[in-house]
Design a protein around this ligand. Structure first.
Ligand code: SF4
Length: 427
């Protein structure tokens, strides 16, 4: 399976952030041992034959799992002029035809990411008197932003960043942890691919924090963008419209009849979910509707919770580097009024990620609106009410807020020291 992807994907520069120059993380390091390997030839049904190497054969024995992000599905649906459910079902057929064994949806893992973020926010809110960096809490789901923060603002900004893993990396833990256990397989016998709206997710998957030393395997072995899935379809000469739909897989083994999403926008709805939870938990207020107040532009908006004229909570979303830089400057001057900020590197957020498909003959604004309409057309689920998520918290993680949940669903960040140039060395 990995070999099927590798024609489209290459490893390029990993030591950078945000620039969409990386096409894939290198799935497995293959040390060549000279001399021993005899050539293996595979003969196909049509009589054609080719040489396979041992490493490729080893991949083929793995259980292959693909986890598709809802943003990628919306982009493919817009491109193929299909509904979201149809797109998911047809994509499942296509991927299984390539040798994939299970196709999952990262909306499921996002439930865990949202729930952990909510709890983390409440913990930090209670700690703000003794820990000046507990707030504002800054979102952690966007690797473009994380790489920028680590490289540019390092130890100043890192304590503010939520430690909760992104949906992609929670999915990595679920697949190589819970799912591997269910399948009675060690984590390294699963090859896990994700389909994502951006190139920076490749960098995220390649972080040492998401590498399992014991089994020498990554939680996510390979990341492909939505555009790369389209290339795969084209390479295979397949049009999704002509593919038969297949039932959707779910991690708990029950067939999924419908797709669901999370309200609050195409970047995952972190602001809305945390806001509602915090309003309820901290102030006993049920925030039925959320009113966004645009500031300088539509990518910088505020949401406020007030009681009798007193501001109880002040949240913001800051998308795109212009707004991120403004936010960081405010923080540095001690003038950031927010308790939480949903920070995303792409203007308009993840539906507009650099790995999404560019629609033909449409202006970029129209195509984004089309993808947004599709994305928002699903029933919005509430993470707390998802039965499968509750079961997994209970049986796999040992309950809400358990030590194991903290260990499995959280990560850490690292300030990147700037290499001092020869010119700046003081002799
Ligand atoms: Fe990727 Fe852009 Fe979303 Fe960040 S905002 S996760 S860079 S698509």
């Amino acid at each position: 399976m990995a070999a099927r992807f590798s024609g489209v994907l290459q490893l390029t520069e990993l030591d950078d952030f945000i620039a969409p120059s990386q096409e894939c993380i290198k799935p497995v390091k293959v040390d060549k041992k000279p001399g021993k390997a005899a050539a293996r030839i595979r003969i196909e049904a049509d009589g054609s034959y080719f040489q396979v190497n041992q490493a490729a054969a080893a991949h083929e024995q793995k259980l292959v799992v693909v986890s598709v992000s809802p943003q990628s599905r919306a982009s493919l649906a817009a491109r193929c002029k299909l509904g979201l459910l149809e797109t998911a079902q047809k994509l499942t057929t296509f991927l299984k035809g390539l040798g994939v064994h299970h196709v999952f949806d990262t909306t499921f893992s996002r439930n865990f990411s949202l729930l952990e973020s909510q709890q983390e926010f409440v913990r930090r809110f209670h700690k703000q008197a003794e820990d000046k960096k507990a707030l504002p809490m800054l979102a952690s789901a966007c690797p473009g932003w994380i790489c920028y923060a680590e490289k540019t603002h390092g130890s100043f900004i890192i304590p503010h960043i939520s430690t909760t893993k992104s949906p992609q990396q929670v999915m990595g833990s679920l697949v190589k942890g819970y799912f591997a256990e269910q399948q009675h397989l060690p984590p390294d016998r699963i090859y896990h691919v994700t389909v994502m709206p951006c190139y920076d997710k490749k960098l995220e998957a390649s972080r040492p924090d998401f590498f399992n030393q014991e089994y020498q395997t990554r939680d996510v072995d390979c990341v492909i963008t939505t555009g790369e899935v389209l290339k795969l379809l084209e390479q295979e000469g397949v049009s999704l419209s002509d593919v038969d739909p297949a039932p959707l897989d779910t991690m708990l083994g029950r067939a999924a009849e419908e797709l669901s999403s999370h309200g609050g926008g195409g970047s995952g709805g972190y602001l809305e979910h945390i806001f509602r939870h915090a309003a309820r938990e901290l102030f006993g207020i049920h925030a039925a509707s959320i009113h966004y107040k645009p500031l300088k532009n539509k990518d910088f908006q505020e949401v406020t919770l007030e009681r009798d004229g007193e501001v109880l909570l002040q949240f913001a979303l800051a998308y795109g580097f212009r707004n991120i830089q403004n936010l960081v400057q405010k923080l540095k001057r001690g003038k950031c009024p927010y308790h939480y900020v949903e920070v995303m590197a792409c203007p308009s957020g993840c539906l507009n990620g650099g790995g999404q498909i560019k629609l033909e003959g449409e202006s970029s604004k129209e195509e984004l609106q089309q993808v947004e309409r599709l994305y928002e057309s699903l029933r919005a689920e509430i993470p707390e009410e998802n039965q499968a998520v509750r079961e997994l918290y209970e049986h796999w993680l040992g309950g809400w807020g358990s030590e194991r949940a903290l260990q499995v669903l959280h990560t850490q960040y690292h300030a990147v020291e700037r290499a001092s140039s020869a010119l700046s060395i003081k002799w």
